[in-house]
Write a protein that binds this ligand. Structure first.
Ligand code: AGP
Length: 609
């Protein structure tokens, strides 16, 4: 995904654009660029690398002191990471520029058509096709030209368009990729997410698919791509600056790991009615009957969210007693899935913008499923597509490696599971007992976080090792996958997660002297089995790091390192066992000198297929 910021108002726009872009840099950081209309003339600067490089370029060139501009930070999809492929992309006729987040699927055919019309392309991107197409269709009205162009494209887009011939106009549009308009006092800030807007205004609206908004100093006007007038709903943004500031932390990932006790409290706040023995989920309320009648629940997501979804599957079968499965969204959407009557599909997503998860949700809805969402970003595309859902309420997650959102997803899924269980076989008494265990989790996480320095020392002993294994059973098999993903995506160490029993079916061949094997070995139904697996690794020279339950002295005899966590009932254990794994990944990445919050090749949300 990419980050877009636009400004139109009475203030000089450069610092507003650059500061806003820095707040969106987690969305993609291969290259960046900015265009501005200065006394009606277009100025453009682009650079490979971070926004700071663009800032330097702007200082070197000077003259960027206009009050209307657009800028972009890129995660490359079409075309390499080069200055020519960086946005904004300019047309070749009208002094018109476009910044874009998304993918234009029919860009090749359009490019051929436009080349035949004499347009000369300079980049490999699909975005340049949009700028040339608007240019081709421009007849003195930028809004109309944008509408006409968007009627021709297929794919996903969030775009900001500016043109020398209409120097006091911004035209923005959206389909599939998020775009918000912040409405200030005589000024407008357009951005891919609220983090770039909140410093200037808390009043904003999210564009709906096919919306086109024309912004001028006298106001804004919203239509669809067929020029039908639309009335957007301006609402109060729900984030504040403190949530998106680094504070005293060295990385957002560390801040968000340490925010998890507070995040869990927020996720549970007002939802656990321990007096009545029930979970209160306002967002689901009117679908209680469908939840009761559900014959099957399908969880679908990608990445970390999928690991949470897998835990949800264990929880729903174990606690709510409803047949459940999980699916990679990218597989579900193309598998021609059979969705029987009374099926509930639950899409899990932090950003609410993951293209495959959104597509899987559409697929499930078209096949008659009740489509629920477990999402963090309010008003995101997935949230708006579902029939109902549960917001995580863990606050904005900036670090590319998801941490507090994972724990929030598992917590929200447990609440949804209890919501369903109470409509089926669970008594009010048992539900209250469960919820009391949940209420104790934040303090238990604080206990684990108190061991951060010790976990750092343990991790640093293994950072030269290029292959790690993560193993767990039951609820903690998905947690083992999550631990492996965290390590991979920020330290670039190869790691594989798997069910502990699976090791003997091949991966055990990987065990050599000193190979780090992280076992999730907290007290539970399969503890003895995990102990056997630990010994199988030890007997082949592997070094075992175990996550174990406080007071377990037995396990110390079989492991090189033991990280203790407070006792917890098994269905809730992933919210504790994952904490040491998050910290290990973080300290490994720092020790290896990587940019923890912006790992190479990654972006915070994958809004393209
Ligand atoms: C998590 O650390 C990764 N950055 C990635 O796997 C992420 O979880 C995945 O892309 C899904 O994103 P979502 O939760 O926003 O849908």
């Amino acid at each position: 995904m990419c980050g877009i910021v636009g400004y139109l108002g009475h203030r000089k726009s450069k610092s507003i654009l650059i500061e806003g872009l820095k707040r969106l840099e987690y969305r993609g950081y291969d290259s960046a660029g900015l265009a501005m209309l200065v006394n009606g003339k277009l100025k453009l600067a682009r650079s490979v690398g971070r926004v700071a490089m663009l800032e330097e370029r702007l200082e070197q060139e000077g003259g960027f002191d206009g009050t209307i501009g657009v800028c972009h930070t890129r995660w490359a999809t079409h075309g390499g990471v080069t200055e020519l492929n960086a946005h904004p992309h300019k047309d070749d006729r009208h002094g018109l520029v476009v910044v874009h987040n998304g993918i234009i699927e029919n860009y090749a055919a359009l490019k051929t058509y436009l080349q035949e019309k004499g347009h000369v392309f300079t980049s490999e991107t699909d975005t340049e096709v949009i700028s040339m197409l608007i240019s081709e269709l421009y007849e003195g009205d930028l809004e109309k030209a944008v509408q006409a162009a968007l009627r021709e494209v297929t794919g996903a887009y969030a775009i900001c368009v500016m043109c020398e011939k209409e120097p006091d106009t911004l035209v923005v549009a959206r389909k599939g990729s998020p775009l918000l308009v912040g409405v200030g006092n005589g000024e407008y800030v357009v951005a891919s997410d609220a983090a770039a807007i909140i410093a200037h205004t808390s009043q904003a609206f999210m564009l709906d698919d096919y919306n086109v908004v024309k912004i001028t100093p006298s106001g804004f006007h919203t239509t669809d791509i067929h020029n039908t007038v639309v009335t957007p709903k301006i609402s109060q943004l729900e984030i504040d600056l403190e949530q998106i500031e680094l504070g005293e932390y060295s990385h957002f990932m560390l801040k968000e790991i340490f925010e998890q006790p507070k995040a869990l409290r927020a996720c549970m706040s007002g939802r656990l009615d321990t007096r009545e023995g029930r979970v209160v989920l306002g967002g689901i309320g009117s679908f209680g009957k469908e939840m009761t009648k559900a014959k099957r629940v399908v969880f679908t997501a990608q990445g970390t969210a999928l690991h949470a979804a897998m835990i949800g599957r264990y929880f729903f079968e174990d606690v709510a007693k409803v047949p459940s499965t999980w699916e990679y969204a990218s597989e579900f959407r193309y598998r021609n899935p059979i969705v029987e009557e009374n099926t509930v599909v639950v899409a899990v997503s932090q950003s609410g913008e993951t293209a495959d998860t959104l597509a899987a949700l559409h697929e499930a809805k078209e096949r008659g499923a009740l489509a629920l969402g477990v999402v963090n970003v309010v008003g995101s595309s997935i949230a708006r597509t579902t029939d109902a859902g549960v917001y995580l309420r863990v606050g904005p997650e900036i670090g590319v490696a998801s941490t507090k959102a994972f724990v929030g997803q598992v917590c929200a899924l447990a609440q949804l599971g209890l919501f369903m269980a109470r409509r089926r076989l669970m008594s009010a008494y048992d539900c209250t007992k469960f919820m009391q265990h949940m209420e104790a989790l934040p303090e238990k996480i604080e206990t684990i976080l108190g061991q951060a320095d010790r976990i750092k020392k343990i991790t640093e002993r293994y950072i030269e090792r290029e292959n790690w294994l993560f193993l767990g059973r039951g609820y903690n098999y998905p947690t083992a996958l999550e631990g492996a993903l965290k390590l991979k995506e920020i330290s670039y160490i190869h790691a594989e997660g798997m069910p502990a029993a699976e090791m003997k079916h091949g991966p055990i061949a990987l065990i050599n002297e000193g190979l780090p094997a992280v076992f999730i070995a907290n007290r539970g139904k399969q503890y003895e089995k995990v102990m056997s697996n630990i010994q199988e690794v030890r007997s082949r020279g592997g070094h075992v790091i175990a996550v174990a339950t406080e007071g377990d002295q037995h396990i110390k005899n079989y492991c090189h390192d033991v990280i203790y966590i407070p006792d917890v009932i098994e269905p809730l254990s992933p919210m504790l066992t994952v904490i040491p794994l998050q910290l290990m990944a973080y300290y490994a990445a720092v020790a290896r000198g990587h940019d923890v919050d912006k790992p190479r090749n990654l972006a915070k949300s994958v809004t393209v297929e």
